[in-house]
Design a protein around this ligand. Structure first.
Ligand code: SF4
Ligand code: SF4
Length: 152
């Protein structure tokens, strides 16, 4: 498996660090649970998903919708809700952050579940947030051209 598709639990979380993580998670929760309904995955993708937590998808998908999204944008599992990825797409468009949706997010490392994402950024297990996106439309065009050229 290509290394850049998985966090590979680097550096490993020690027992001591898990204790610190629990403490940090308390503070993280104060901000991220009410604002984003954070599910404590430990590998935060918020800045790549237009600040909507993709982990509220019942299937916990991290790289786009499942294919069962209704035409009206409803979720396949909970029809009364909008698909999380449908919302992410439209908000990304509004915020000019569509190019970030082309990035392949890593496979979730379940060892990091329930740990502090802030600590994991600090320890360089996961990438830090992307705050500013410049030339979003141009980046998307470039990526589409690259894809077409690869297929030729
Ligand atoms: S840490 Fe994971 S669960 Fe929490 S907001 Fe970020 S992506 Fe969502
Ligand atoms: S429709 Fe959307 S929110 Fe519902 S399970 Fe599929 S990807 Fe997840």
């Amino acid at each position: 498996m290509p290394e850049d598709l998985v966090t590979l639990h680097k550096p490993p979380i020690t027992a001591g660090e898990r204790k610190i993580s629990r403490f940090m998670l308390l503070f993280e929760s104060i901000v991220k649970v009410p604002l984003f309904r954070c599910q404590h995955c430990g590998e935060c993708l918020l800045s790549s998903t237009a600040f909507i937590c993709c982990q509220n998808c019942p299937k916990r998908l991290r790289n786009g919708p499942c294919g069962g999204t209704g035409e009206d944008g409803s979720c396949e599992v909970y029809a009364e809700r909008k698909c999380v990825w449908y919302r992410i797409y439209f908000r990304s468009k509004r915020l000019s952050r569509i190019s970030l949706l082309y990035k392949i997010n890593k496979i979730h490392d379940w060892n990091l579940e329930g740990t502090s994402a802030w600590l994991n950024v600090f320890r360089k297990r996961i990438d830090g947030p992307i705050w500013l996106v410049r030339n979003d439309k141009q980046k998307v065009k470039d990526m589409i051209v690259d894809d077409v050229e690869r297929e030729d």
